[in-house]
Design a protein around this ligand. Structure first.
Ligand code: ZN
Ligand code: MN
Length: 487
């Protein structure tokens, strides 16, 4: 594969995503650990008590296959669970049940937007090495930071939650690209309905990073999307500094400290043979190839296909199609609105305005749709089209609905958002010219910013009920006619 490897940064990710099954991977305990007191969903199996036997959750395996298919992987004939032996307080059995030689799938591909400027619309291909299933260990909680805490607390509610682990080839070239990749992965898994990216810690990432062909360090415990970019940037700088000083990079495992945004050495990297992988004797091999065709039929239209369809069906830009298809709920909302109104106008208002307002408030479309329905949105855009309200007014309605609820018409009345006519705009324009002689002189002298200032003053006077374009034109006209009048 051709790559734009400018500074020799190579990043490979191991992404662990919690699957949305009701029960754990090898026992019937509930997976609902986000809303529960610690250590309330536990049993002999997920506590690792001697003699407890695992039983495989079929739905989890089906979800894993679904993920593998959506990532374009080759699903294997048969899977075998292995024991990965290591000791850690979050792993009471002394081994994790995971997969090794016979994972669910191999060789997939994920397309992401290119991060380089100037090649908008271009894509990069990130190869997926493998997809496998494993159980989550318990959750360790430190008071303070890992290296200063006096003790750690452990919550075994998480122990045994099914994870699908997605391992990439070292194809990522920058922290930003890694973040974009994770976003895409989150988007795809969300479409499948097997994953909820909004849940805290639902995706956890280990990253392998090397610089300039040197040894790689593994950074563990990255548990947020923001964290990925930060952890990788820190690690790259650390490695570059070592190389600059002529010191080698050690192959080691490092812990990411989210609070301080740094990585800390945990241990020199263990090698695969240290884990003494061997087939889990309490589970039989499972033939999965027979399930594949059935599961393939359950796969919905995925973000890439949806994006292509949006571009051709709705004649919107790729940027808009991209923004609209990232989240399935937003895509559905757009399609509902676009079926009733100009598709381009609607793309601008959903992708640019509504999405911006959601991001600003950190709420999901699912959350927002309780306050603003597609029908409401169509009503707002219709008012805008007919000149009943201005763009400013439309934005105001959206904000009000998200923050306090209410219906469009009611908000137009309550907040007096109805657009004003040309006569009223003219009044405001003349008043502003009178009150801001200096700015008018500046504009006459050729200062373009002065005009913006004047427009702003008129907008303020009319409380945003005039279209800025009309105001601008009128201001220019009035000032120019005065110039003509003078000479
Ligand atoms: Zn259990
Ligand atoms: Mn793993």
């Amino acid at each position: 594969m051709k790559s734009r490897s400018t500074n020799g940064v190579k990043i490979g990710l191991e992404c662990h995503a919690q699957l949305l099954t009701k029960s754990k991977l090898f026992c019937p305990c509930s997976t609902d650990y986000h809303n529960s007191e610690p250590n309330t969903h536990v049993c002999a199996t997920c506590l690792g008590l001697p003699g407890a036997l695992p039983v495989v959750n079929e739905r989890a395996i089906r979800y894993g296959i679904k993920v593998a298919l959506a990532l374009g992987c080759e699903v294997q004939e048969e899977i075998i669970f292995y024991r990965k032996n290591y000791y850690y307080p979050d792993l009471p059995r002394g081994f994790q049940i995971t997969q090794y030689d016979f994972p669910i799938a191999l060789n997939g591909l994920v397309r992401i937007e290119s991060v380089s400027d100037g090649d908008g619309g271009k894509e990069r291909e990130i190869r997926i090495r493998r997809v496998h299933m494993e159980e989550d260990p318990g959750r360790l909680v430190y008071k303070g930071t890992i290296d200063t805490a006096k003790y750690s607390l452990v919550d075994y509610n998480r122990s045994g939650i099914p994870l699908v682990e997605i391992v990439t080839e070292p194809d990522l070239r920058s922290p930003k690209e890694a973040r974009i990749f994770l976003g895409k992965l989150r988007s795809i898994l969300g479409y499948l309905g097997v994953f909820d990216g909004d849940l805290e810690g639902a995706m956890r990432v280990d990253a392998n990073i090397s610089v300039g062909g040197g040894e790689r360090a593994e950074v563990k415990n990255i548990s947020s999307y923001k964290g990925v970019e930060r952890a990788l940037s820190f690690e790259i700088t650390r490695q570059k500094n070592l190389l600059r000083r002529g010191l080698g990079v050690k192959q080691e495992t490092r812990h990411y400290d989210e609070v301080r945004g740094i990585t800390l050495s945990m241990r020199t990297k263990e090698f695969e043979h240290d884990y003494r992988y061997f087939p889990e004797p309490d589970l039989v091999p499972i033939r999965i190839s027979d399930l594949v065709e059935e599961i393939r039929k359950e796969i919905p239209e995925l973000p890439d296909e949806k994006k292509e369809r949006f571009v051709s069906q709705y004649s919107i830009t790729r940027e808009h199609a991209n923004a609209l298809t990232f989240d399935r709920d937003i895509a559905n909302f757009y399609e509902e609105v676009a079926s009733k109104i100009n598709t381009g106008l609607c793309a601008t208002w959903v992708a640019d305005v509504l999405k911006g307002e959601l991001n600003y408030r950190a709420i999901s479309m699912r959350e927002a749709s309780k306050r603003i329905s597609a029908v409401d949105f169509v009503a707002i855009l219709n008012h805008l089209k007919r000149g009943v309200i201005t763009e400013r007014g439309a934005t105001e309605i959206i904000r009000e609905m998200l923050d306090r609820g209410g219906k469009p018409d009611e908000i137009v009345r309550k907040k007096e958002l109805a657009s004003i006519g040309s006569t009223e705009i003219e009044k405001a324009v003349l008043a502003v010219i009178k009150e801001n002689k200096d700015a008018v002189e500046d504009y006459k002298a050729g200062k373009k910013e002065a005009l913006n200032f004047l427009v702003g003053q008129v907008m303020k006077k009319t409380r945003g009920r005039a279209e800025p374009k009309e105001v601008t034109e009128m201001l220019k006209e009035k000032i120019e006619s005065r110039i003509l009048g003078k000479f």
